[in-house]
Design a protein around this ligand. Structure first.
Ligand SMILES: Nc1ncnc2c1ncn2[C@@H]1O[C@H](COP(=O)(O)OP(=O)(O)OP(=O)(O)O)[C@@H](O)[C@H]1O
Length: 535
């Protein structure tokens, strides 16, 4: 793990301002450290050797420096905390925008995104508030201290200069070990979140089939593993702090012994000896702090590294729609990971056509629609032109409804909210009568994924959403699934009417749905892999 990942500067601009401010405050702090030591050494010397009185005039400069040092340290904390908040805000916004632009198939799963955007990025607080300011000080303070010590005492300067590099060397050795431990800890946390979300979503099914207790045991196992890895990481953190403390204490002791011996034989003055004794620990302090705070910040950096990997995943090629050009699939082959490739597919859909894609279950009808929306990238062949998503209205096989009102869900893809247009779209989709029968009508709140409606009602709301969105390309995946014959007949007429002046591509099983199409495109069926041949 690099102490400062350059990608942080690239993806979170707030880091740059923070670093500039940190360096300015660090320079001020280093100057104040040296001033404080110099003033303190000369005050003690004048009191002990010259018998000077400790009056307000003698102590005032020292008091001012101490107060200034406290003010700079406070400013550092404020700047760091604000920077952490700004960087997290920036990275979260970019992460979510990029994941949305990547679309399904390319973006990470929702559990990974949720863990990264919340707990993962929150761990950057420690990195900004504790680690980075100390890193800046670690680069500045030792240099300033050595420059001040050199003219006063060369032997002590040489001792400090020779022992200082040992701390970063040990830190690097410890860091090599910590990085993998932290990545493992974060991976386990993500797995735990994945599993937990899955289990909560499937709890009714798991309970009915008597597997709920087993899942609780699996979650307990993963949690225990995560606890073990966390404890291991903490052990390394505590041990490495001990090593660094020991190293710097021994180094300061080495300087102190040299000073003591030379004080005794009279080759060193008290003022110089005091200056060296006060300044030497200050040279080691920021390096020790960097080491101590490294572990607290490593989790945030591990999460940030994952965020950068997502941000650097290239977006699919910019799509364009030309409403008057046919959409051509030329020898398109899709191979899902771990599955045999689907048979090559070629066809052309003319503008204004209503086309039904048919074929046995699993032959790739939904996949053709996903390829068209850029959610799935073919391993061979081309689709041209790939439509821009703003020109597409889509009814997936399992329509998604969000937590919100029925009106929110119908108007999801519409440019504005026109109550008359919404009612008419609901009427076209055969949804108006059941919506109006609800006490709150269009303002009825729905739970997650449309909870509170039957499957057929959900289907009709999703269809109303498609009708309301005035898109030139309409993709429908089994639009009449789950509906009774009378409702289906109404919807077929509505789809036919909506298709006027639009290109409509439907994945269709039911003969009644196939019957309304201008043209039927039968997909090649998948031939089973010969026995013994892995997919
Ligand atoms: N995300 C995925 N990962 C792996 N395999 C997938 C994925 N999505 C689809 N498949 C596989 O690709 C094949 C085609 O799936 P697809 O959903 O396109 O078929 P379909 O013709 O729409 O089926 P149905 O009529 O049952 O809806 C199936 O064998 C399926 O298992």
């Amino acid at each position: 793990m690099r102490p400062l990942d350059p990608r942080l500067l690239r993806h979170a601009r707030a880091t740059r301002t923070f670093l500039v401010l940190s360096v300015a405050l660090g320079v001020a702090l280093a100057g104040l450290v040296v001033a404080q030591a110099t003033l303190l050494a000369s005050l003690i010397t004048s009191v002990f050797l010259d018998g000077a009185a400790v009056g307000p005039a003698a102590v005032a400069p020292l008091a001012v420096v101490v107060l200034l040092r406290a003010a700079v340290a406070w400013a550092q904390q404020v700047v760091a905390t604000r920077a952490a908040a700004a960087v997290k805000r920036e990275l979260r916004a970019r992460l979510l925008a990029h994941a949305a632009a990547l679309g399904p198939g390319r973006a990470p799963t929702s559990a990974t995104l949720a863990t990264l955007a919340t707990r993962g990025l929150d761990a950057l607080d420690a990195y900004f508030a504790k680690y980075l300011p100390q890193l800046v000080l670690a680069a500045l303070v030792p240099v300033v201290v050595l420059v001040r010590l050199a003219p006063a005492d060369l032997v002590a300067t040489a001792t400090v200069a020779l022992t200082l590099p040992l701390i970063p060397v040990f830190m690097a050795l410890v860091g090599l070990h910590t990085e993998s431990a932290n990545r493992r800890q974060f991976r386990l946390l993500t797995r735990l979140s994945h599993h937990f979300l899955d289990v909560v979503a499937g709890l009714p099914t798991l309970r009915v089939f008597g597997r709920a207790k087993r899942q609780a045991a699996v979650i307990a196992e993963i949690s225990a593993e995560q606890r073990r890895v966390t404890m291991r990481t903490l052990r390394v953190a505590l041990l490495s702090s001990l090593v660094l403390e020991l190293l710097s204490t021994l180094s300061v002791a080495l300087v102190a012994v040299g000073i003591g011996l030379r004080l005794v034989d009279g080759s060193l003055g008290l003022a110089t000896a005091l200056l060296v004794l006060i300044l030497a620990p200050e040279a080691y302090l920021p390096l020790r702090q960097v080491g101590a705070n490294y572990h607290a910040s490593a989790e945030g950096l591990a999460a940030a590294t994952d965020v950068f990997a997502i941000l650097e995943t290239p977006l699919p090629a910019a799509a364009r729609t030309s409403a008057d050009a046919p959409i051509r699939f030329s020898d398109v082959v899709v191979a899902y990971p771990g599955r045999p490739p689907l048979p090559a597919f070629s066809c052309a859909v003319a503008p204004g056509e209503l086309v039904a894609l048919t074929g046995p279950s699993g032959c790739g009808k939904s996949t053709v629609l996903s390829v068209l929306m850029g959610f799935v990238t073919p391993t061979a062949g081309t689709v041209s032109p790939l439509p821009a998503l703003r020109d597409v209205a889509w009814l997936p096989q399992r329509p998604w409804l969000g937590a919100g009102t029925i009106a929110d869900n119908i108007c999801l893809g519409a440019a504005g909210r026109d109550p008359a247009a919404m009612r008419s779209a609901a009427a076209q989709a055969g949804a108006l009568s059941f919506i109006e029968a609800l006490p709150d009508g269009f303002d009825t709140p729905l739970g997650d994924d449309g909870a509170g409606l039957s499957a057929g009602q959900r289907q009709r709301i999703a269809l109303a959403r498609v009708f309301l969105r005035d898109a030139p390309l309409v993709l429908l995946d089994e639009p009449t699934a789950g509906l009774d014959a009378a409702t289906e007949a109404e919807l077929l007429a509505a789809i036919r009417a909506h298709a006027a002046g639009r290109t409509v591509i439907m994945a269709a099983h039911r003969p009644s749905l196939v019957a309304i199409a201008d043209r039927v495109i039968a997909l090649p069926s998948v031939t089973p892999a010969p026995a013994g041949v892995a997919g």
